[in-house]
Design a binder for this molecule. Structure first.
Ligand SMILES: Nc1ncnc2c1ncn2[C@@H]1O[C@H](COP(=O)(O)OP(=O)(O)O)[C@@H](O)[C@H]1O
Ligand SMILES: [Mg+2]
Length: 367
C-alpha cells in the first residue's frame, strides 16, 4: 500500500475533490491521508490528521507517520496560519524520504525573471518590481496604462489598472465581484493612495494589455496540463474565462464565466483561429519542460493565456495548484480522469523511485 497524503491549510478546503480521490484510491492499492502541515508533531514526526477508511468510505481522525507521497493543495495568504505552515512544507520538500507530486512554482516576479530570456520570452508581459512610487509615475508617463499586481497574488485579488489622463489618474480594481473605479485629480492625491498600497505588499508592474472582447468583457484562455500515468505532460482541456463588462479580471473567483474553447474559436475567422491554435501549441509544447528545467518537478500547471485586441498572445499567469472548474464545466466527461490523475501519477513516481533505487543497487553491486 502506498501512503498518499493530501495537505491543505483548512480542514474543509476542496473537500469534494479530495474525498473523490480518496474513494478511488483503494483500487490502486493506495491509502489516503489528509492533514494540515501544522498537524505534524516535529518531535514524534507523527501527524494528527484524517485517514480515509475504505470500509465505511469516510474520513476518520487518526495518528500516522508522514505519508511517503504528498499532494500539496495549500493556498497561502498573508495570514499567520499560512506563515506557520510555509516553512513546514519547505522542510518536507527537503526530505529525501518524501516525494511531492509537484514542488510548486516561485512567485510571479521570480517566474518572470527565470523565463524572460527563454524561447517563451516574446509571450511574457514585461514585469518589473515596484520599488517606489516614483517608478510607477515614470511608467505611467511612458505607457499611460499599467497594471499593478501582488507578486504573490492569486484569484485576481488586489490587481489595479491605472491610467494617466492629462492631469488626473484613473484607478480601477475589482473587489467582491464589483468594479471599483476612482479618479485622482492630481499626482499628489494618487501618491497618497499609492504609497501605503505598495508599502503593505510587494507588487509588480506590467503594461496594461487590452485583453477584452467585442462586448468589452475581459477574457482569457485557461489550459490545464497534467502529467499522465507515464509521467508525460498531457493537456486535459482548455476553456475561455470571461469577466465583467468594463472590468479587468477574467478569474472565475472574480465572477468570470466559462465558455467552450472550440465554440469560441469557431466564431473567429478561420485563419485567426488557426493562428491562435498553433501559437498555443507552441507555448504548451515548451512550457512544462522549460519550467521543470528551471525549477523542481511539477505534476500539474494551470496556464492563463491572454489575447489582446491587436492579436498578440500573452502568458499571463502560471499556477502550480490549478483549479479544475474550467475543465469540469466545459468537458464534464473529464471528471474521472481528473480524479484518477494524482493517484496514477503517485504510482508512477513510486515505481520510478524503485527503478532508480534498483539501478543504483545494480551499479553499486557491479563496482
Ligand atoms: N497586464 C495585464 N493587462 C490586462 N489585464 C491583465 C494583465 N494581467 C492580468 N490581467 C487580468 O487579470 C487576471 C488575473 O491576473 P493574473 O496575473 O492571472 O493574477 P492571479 O494570480 O490573481 O490570477 C488575468 O486573468 C487577466 O484577466
Ligand atoms: Mg491567474
Amino acid at each position: 500500500m502506498i501512503a498518499f497524503g493530501i495537505m491543505t491549510l483548512t480542514p474543509d478546503s476542496e473537500a469534494t475533490y479530495l474525498t473523490e480521490i480518496a474513494r478511488l484510491a483503494k483500487k490502486f492499492d493506495i491509502e489516503c491521508f489528509w492533514f494540515i502541515p501544522s498537524q505534524i508533531n516535529p518531535y514524534s514526526q507523527q501527524v494528527k490528521g484524517k485517514r480515509f477508511d475504505s470500509l465505511t468510505n469516510q474520513w476518520v481522525d487518526g495518528d500516522f507517520p508522514i505519508p511517503s507521497v504528498l499532494y500539496d493543495r495549500c493556498f497561502y495568504g498573508d495570514d499567520d496560519h499560512s506563515k506557520q505552515c510555509l516553512p513546514i512544507v519547505s522542510w518536507l520538500k527537503n526530505r529525501n524520504d518524501i516525494t511531492f507530486l509537484g514542488y510548486g512554482l516561485p512567485n510571479k516576479l521570480e517566474l518572470y525573471e527565470s523565463l524572460k530570456d527563454s524561447i517563451l520570452s516574446p509571450y511574457l508581459p514585461v514585469s518589473v518590481f515596484v520599488s517606489d512610487s516614483e517608478m510607477v509615475f515614470q511608467e505611467l508617463e511612458a505607457r499611460r496604462k499599467i497594471v499593478l499586481k501582488p507578486i504573490n497574488g492569486s484569484q485576481g485579488h488586489g490587481i489595479y489598472y491605472i491610467k494617466k489622463n492629462d492631469n488626473s489618474f484613473h484607478v480601477k480594481t475589482e473587489k467582491q465581484k464589483q468594479i471599483i473605479s476612482r479618479i485622482f485629480p492630481n499626482k499628489l492625491k494618487l501618491l497618497r493612495w499609492l504609497k501605503p498600497l505598495i508599502q503593505a505588499k510587494k507588487y509588480l508592474l506590467q503594461p496594461y494589455l487590452e485583453l477584452y472582447d467585442q462586448s468589452l468583457q475581459p477574457f482569457d484562455i485557461r489550459i490545464l496540463l497534467q502529467k499522465n500515468e507515464q509521467g508525460i505532460w498531457t493537456e486535459r482541456g482548455r476553456g475561455i474565462r470571461t469577466g465583467t463588462m468594463g472590468g479587468i479580471l477574467s478569474n472565475l473567483s472574480a465572477g468570470g464565466i466559462v465558455k467552450n474553447f472550440t465554440e469560441w474559436a469557431d466564431t473567429l475567422p478561420p485563419t485567426t483561429a488557426e493562428y491562435i491554435r498553433s501559437e498555443l501549441n507552441y507555448i504548451l509544447n515548451h512550457l512544462p519542460l522549460l519550467l521543470e528545467s528551471k525549477f523542481l518537478p511539477l505534476f500539474e500547471i494551470g496556464v492563463d493565456i491572454g489575447i489582446a485586441k491587436n492579436g498578440s498572445i500573452w502568458i499571463l499567469d502560471l499556477n502550480s495548484k490549478p483549479g479544475r472548474k474550467v475543465i469540469l464545466q466545459t468537458a464534464p466527461e473529464m471528471k474521472e480522469t481528473l480524479i484518477h490523475a494524482p493517484l496514477l501519477y503517485a504510482k508512477h513516481l513510486l515505481g520510478l523511485e524503485q527503478q532508480e533505487r534498483k539501478s543504483f543497487y545494480a551499479k553499486t553491486l557491479s563496482h
